[in-house]
Design a protein around this ligand. Structure first.
Ligand code: GTP
Ligand code: MG
Length: 233
């Protein structure tokens, strides 16, 4: 009798322990491999974000105006980038108000496209400010891929991706020094970029890559890069 009770007790304890362990393993694995499916398009005003957004939606000849709200599709079957999965696609206007919202969406973002007008110096200066906030943020997730899209390569005298990378590096370096000198950082969260010393280089960010693109080429290289990235992630 004593033996039966003790065997039963041991059995109950063992089964409960297994269920307990499995429950917590399941809970933990869900939180660490969160399914992210957002592609976010950001960048200075007039860099060509909404034109690309409509291209992804199959509306190639859409006329755009300065965006005053976020363009968004949810769970969208975009055949240009995947035949398998659906994605949320967001186009964030280049005005100041929306720029501040980007960090809120960063944790759910898989692919971040930073658009730059390659013919405009000011577009590069503004892009550095976007990048500072993003690379300095504690909301960067381990899956995130950042493509710096040197857009409008078909227009005027565009800068190459190499020139833009060099200019952006210098702009970021100046921005970091300026913020450090004037102690312009959120005291609650002092980011890694704010603490960095010496020359800034994109070489230490292997999730960031540069590419040249434009509407005329139907964004072929950009779409190819997005497809490749989605297959790997
Ligand atoms: N030459 C050229 N012009 C482009 C290209 N992409 C967009 N444009 C033009 O650039 C202008 C701005 O494009 P939008 O797509 O509205 O720019 P945006 O980045 O959404 O701007 P905001 O909504 O103000 O943030 C429009 O007149 C487009 O026709 C491109 O690849 N080449
Ligand atoms: Mg727009």
């Amino acid at each position: 009798m004593i033996l039966t009770i003790s065997i039963n007790t041991i059995l109950v304890i063992t089964i409960s322990t297994i269920i307990f362990i499995l429950f917590f393993r399941c809970l933990f694995s869900k939180s660490s491999s969160k399914k992210r499916n957002t592609i976010m398009i950001i960048g200075p005003s007039l860099s060509g974000k909404t034109t690309f957004f409509y291209h992804l939606l199959g509306q190639k000849d859409s006329k755009t105006v300065v965006s005053m709200q976020i363009n968004k599709v949810e769970n969208y079957p975009c055949e240009l980038i995947s035949n398998i999965n659906n994605y949320n696609i967001m186009d964030i206007p280049g005005t100041g108000y929306f720029k501040d919202k980007i960090l809120d969406y960063l944790n759910d973002t898989l692919i971040l496209l930073l658009f730059i007008d390659s013919t405009e110096k000011n577009s590069i200066v503004q892009a550095a400010e976007y990048l500072y906030d993003i690379l300095n943020s504690d909301k960067l997730n381990e899956d995130l891929k950042i493509f710096i899209c040197c857009n409008k390569q078909d227009a005027g005298f565009p800068k190459s991706k190499k020139m833009i990378e060099n200019e952006l590096s210098k702009e970021l370096e100046n921005l970091i020094k300026f913020k450090q000198k004037n102690n312009l950082e959120d005291k609650e969260q002092i980011g890694t970029l704010f603490q960095s010393k010496g020359k800034f280089s994109f070489k230490s960010f292997d999730n960031v890559s540069f590419l040249e693109t434009d509407r005329k080429s139907e964004y072929q290289s950009l779409i190819k890069n997005i497809k490749n990235a989605l297959q790997i992630i």
